[in-house]
Design a protein around this ligand. Structure first.
Ligand code: GSH
Length: 220
């Protein structure tokens, strides 16, 4: 999603979005992503996209009917408000995965800082995120219930995609930006989980992921 936002901004603004995107201390809502637009900091990826639509006339969902827009919004909210926490669970709550993920966080947020300095900060960050997950409610369930909940959402996504090239039909829309990132996080993470095992067997989602990657992110 950050990449989509970067692409929507142009020139100098594009550079600023890339520079800003990991600066939690500047984030207006304490979360990333956020952008600077007309000298104002704006947080939350969905609100940013809606702002681009209103102020710049960039509508990734042009041509969709009101009913299609409603379906797209419902799936995006499912991915961002429910499955996002499933991805957090994979990264932060499974001890073997946290061992791997904490080093990934350190490389991104604290490059060139020795472990003795980043470890306490990353552990504190991890604790904060685990508390958020408890507040959301997902981590109050057992591991098998969490997998059941998250797998059912990805199954719904797979059933809805069926054999279409993109989620809403012949061309990519906002839902593809959200879905691509979410699918990638559960079929490609360096983690083991029944969620990863389940989603990696949903062939149409895996093929869709590779298709999107080739078309839009081939430079990675
Ligand atoms: N709904 C928000 C979610 C943003 C979000 O949860 N960001 C996470 C990282 S992916 C974050 O900044 N967490 C740090 C924190 O909560 O302190 C959006 O789509 O922008």
């Amino acid at each position: 999603m950050v990449r989509i936002l970067v692409h929507l901004c142009r020139g100098e603004r594009q550079k600023r979005v890339t520079e800003l995107h990991l600066h939690f201390e500047k984030a207006p809502k304490g979360k990333v992503p956020f952008i600077e637009y007309q000298e104002k900091l704006i947080g939350d990826s969905t609100l940013i996209l809606e702002m681009f639509e209103e102020k710049e006339g960039i509508d990734l969902d042009r041509g969709l009917t009101a009913s299609d827009r409603a379906i797209s919004l419902a799936f995006r909210r499912m991915l961002k408000e429910n499955d996002y926490w499933g991805i957090v669970y994979l990264r932060y709550s499974v001890p073997e995965n946290w061992e791997i993920y904490r080093k990934i966080i350190a490389t991104i947020i604290y490059p060139e800082v020795p472990p003795s300095e980043w470890e306490p900060k990353v552990e504190e960050f991890g604790e904060k995120i685990r508390n958020q997950m408890y507040g959301h409610g997902l981590s109050r369930h057992s591991s098998s219930e969490i997998c059941q909940i998250i797998n059912a959402d990805f199954q719904a996504l797979s059933d809805f995609l069926a054999d279409k090239p993109f989620f809403m039909g012949e061309r990519p829309t906002t839902l593809d930006a959200t879905a691509y990132a979410s699918i990638g996080n559960v079929i490609k993470p360096p983690f083991k989980s029944p969620i990863v095992d389940y989603v990696a067997k949903l062939d149409n989602l895996c093929q869709y992921y590779e298709r999107m990657k080739k078309e839009f992110f081939s430079e990675i």
